[in-house]
Design a protein around this ligand. Sequence first.
Ligand SMILES: Cc1cc2nc3c(=O)[nH]c(=O)nc-3n(C[C@H](O)[C@H](O)[C@H](O)COP(=O)(O)O)c2cc1C
Length: 163
Amino acid sequence: MTGIFYGSTTGNTLALARQIADRLGIATAHLHDVGGASIEAIEPYDTLLLGSSTWGVGDLQDDWYSFIDSLKNADLSRKRVGLFGCGDSASYPDSFGDAIGLLHETLSGSGCTFIGIVPATDYPLQESKAFQGGQVLGLLADDDAPEKTASRLETWVAALQNA
Ligand SMILES: Cc1cc2nc3c(=O)[nH]c(=O)nc-3n(C[C@H](O)[C@H](O)[C@H](O)COP(=O)(O)O)c2cc1C
């Protein structure tokens, strides 16, 4: 079973979370705003899809701070984790989607298995923490290139389903 956990300030990552849920047939009850979620909410899920937009310059979305502290101390050794989020490559080229990189880095010691890491072929800028060796660490929607989101979503979903 899959649970989606997101933090969103202006609603973009929430909209992306809903699009992901629709695409994967995940019921609304499994969409959790990390601003109000307790860590126990992760228990029923073997797959966690974690979404954060990037704020400040390369920071997690505000609602994530308390939840990520609990998550990094949890035993995620039987969980698969996919990452997604929104950013703006035009205004923040060097920190575009950094939140995805931060989630990846913070949970790298948790024992989880990351899924949905895909070739970054259609991302012209790969300078931020969201990218590693020609791959993007999750699904990244760009305020500056919204027309790319649908195909990026399909690539990411295919990787999740083949994991
Ligand atoms: C003050 C401010 C700082 C931002 N910093 C970044 C950033 O460092 N990197 C990035 O990719 N996007 C950055 N953004 C863009 C947001 O991440 C983007 O608008 C996103 O779609 C917001 O999603 P949300 O509504 O789910 O929070 C910033 C936006 C604002 C207004």
